[in-house]
Design a protein around this ligand. Structure first.
Ligand code: BG6
Length: 497
């Protein structure tokens, strides 16, 4: 997590596979524009779109111009910067397994003298192995005159076995050091701040353990539905789409030990240890310590929305979960016995991602139980999005003759402290891979450890047999089973208003 805001001073060829897709238009090219605006891109940069669609260079530039205008976080768009960026773009037409297209790509990279190459796989996952093989066959995986790296989007596999297969394919062509597996949550400023907050401040770390912490809730709630990705989502569900990656990454950052240094190896070593220390959830225990549900028709922000089962590409008897929660334990000295409740779902009441650390109650109430500031007043909340900041709840004496206590809050807001305009995750991640800093990307053993844990849960669900999931109305915080789940464990959900 070193500041790699250095502008790379070598010629770079960024090849985007799947250049006609949604990710390129919504995230990658707007992030490149933002970096251009901040003058952080290499002076000698070539952006080469690679896809099947029969576009010319100019078609590609026109499409990307429209994408920047629509999706850039800095409006209005600076035309001079945009024109310069578009001037760096070229397009190669080809099927992902067509060696002629790779020969054309090779010739173009040579002609441009783009000796440092970043291959970005922004395609559906089934194309990952095809592209990696083809890059290998075309002898494009190593350039003697510079570095070559490959960025692989999520989902990285569908379970442990398929992630291992993908790793095998990738390792036949690339060294592990060349592989950058994206989890875009790690590029978010507030997610990076978890480590700064924990390890650059002396006061919190001594309290960051089982002795003082009662429980932790990590919530990633979305108001959006599955959109036009129902085909993918049917097979994934929230467990593969979000729990295996974003949620377990947030857990790892929250629970890890201090790394020996701030570099890719040391940080990832510590994250892997957390994932490996997760108490396995399998069989009956997995059933007891997880809960699943599916959204039914309802209303979000005044809009009437259909239920999941009513969507095209969703089986009418689908048992894919759109909401899940799990109660996890980490078997190590720091965390033994502390429950971590992880929860994520679509079409919930509010878009919010947060980590809420609940501290234990005082050992003895001096002010009378009814005067406690809530049942457990000390809670630290790391607000990842959308209101980026940190709050600390505690009890304060209400002015007056009796010792009435009320819960109050200390608040830190990113926007107030640093102004608006926080960089998007992809800006940081693109810079980091051009600078060779893999700290914010996931390593092979880390991804495999996450899948190994998730496989235990999915196997238990499968064993249980297909059964209709509890339904919740769009715009709610889930069905009653969700509340019962955490109440049975002796806690309650924090549902931010
Ligand atoms: C993606 C998931 O990885 O993250 C989506 O596939 C989800 O289903 C998205 O909506 C959420 O990302 P963010 O940055 O909007 O919280």
């Amino acid at each position: 997590m070193q500041a790699s805001q250095l502008k790379p001073d070598v010629p770079v060829g960024l090849v985007i596979f799947g250049a006609t897709g949604d990710l390129t238009a919504r995230k990658l090219v707007p992030a490149l524009y933002q970096l251009a605006l901040a003058d952080q891109l290499p002076d000698d940069l070539h952006i080469i779109g690679f896809a099947r669609r029969e576009w010319s260079d100019d078609d590609f530039r026109d499409e990307m111009s429209a994408a920047v205008k629509e999706h850039s976080r800095s409006q209005p768009v600076d035309d001079e910067v945009l024109q310069h960026l578009l001037g760096c773009m070229q397009y190669v037409v080809g099927d992902f397994n067509n060696q002629d297209a790779y020969a054309r790509l090779d010739a173009l990279l040579d002609e441009l003298k783009a000796d440092n190459r970043l291959f970005y796989l922004a395609t559906p996952p089934r194309a990952f192995p095809v592209i990696i093989d083809a890059i290998g066959e075309a002898k494009l995986a190593h350039c003697p005159r510079g570095w070559t790296r490959v960025v692989i989007e999520k989902p990285y596999g569908h379970d442990l076995a398929s992630a291992q297969e993908l790793d095998e394919v990738a390792h036949q062509v690339f060294e592990e050091e060349q592989i950058y597996r994206i989890d875009h949550y790690l590029g978010k400023e507030t997610v990076q701040n978890i480590l700064v907050f924990r390890f650059a401040n002396g006061i919190f770390e001594p309290l960051w353990n089982r002795r003082y912490i009662d429980s932790v809730q990590i919530t990633m709630a979305e108001t959006i539905g599955v959109g036009d990705r129902a085909g993918y989502y049917e097979d994934a569900g929230v467990i593969r789409d979000i729990f295996q990656n974003h949620l377990l990454q947030l857990l790892a950052l929250t629970a890890m030990e201090a790394p020996v240094a701030f570099n890719a190896h040391a940080v990832r070593d510590e994250k892997v240890k957390v994932l490996k220390a997760l108490h396995p959830l399998t069989g009956a225990q997995a059933i007891q310590q997880t809960v699943r549900a599916q959204y039914a028709a309802g209303e979000v922000d005044g809009e009437d929305l259909p239920g999941y089962l009513e969507l095209d590409d969703v089986a009418t008897d689908s048992t894919t979960e759109t909401l899940m929660a799990a109660e996890l334990y980490i078997d190590n000295w720091r965390w033994a016995g502390v429950p971590f409740f992880l929860r994520s779902g679509k079409r919930l009441a509010r878009r919010v991602t947060e980590i809420a650390v609940q501290y234990k109650q005082v050992p003895l109430s001096l002010f009378g139980a009814k005067n406690m500031a809530g049942e457990a007043p000390n809670r630290l909340v790391l607000n990842i999005q959308p209101e980026e900041g940190i709050t600390l709840d505690f009890g304060a004496k209400v002015p007056g003759p009796d010792n009435a206590i009320q819960g109050v809050q200390m608040d830190f807001s990113y926007a107030e402290a640093f102004g608006a305009g926080t960089p998007e995750a992809y800006e940081r991640l693109l810079m980091d891979c051009m600078n060779g800093d893999a700290t914010l990307f996931t390593r092979s053993d880390e991804v495999q450890a996450a899948w190994a844990f998730v496989d235990g849960i999915t196997a238990a669900w499968q064993q249980q047999g297909a059964q209709q999931l509890p339904q919740y109305a769009c715009g709610s915080w889930g069905p009653k089973e969700m509340d019962a789940f955490i109440q049975d464990a002796g806690f309650s959900w924090r549902n931010p208003a």
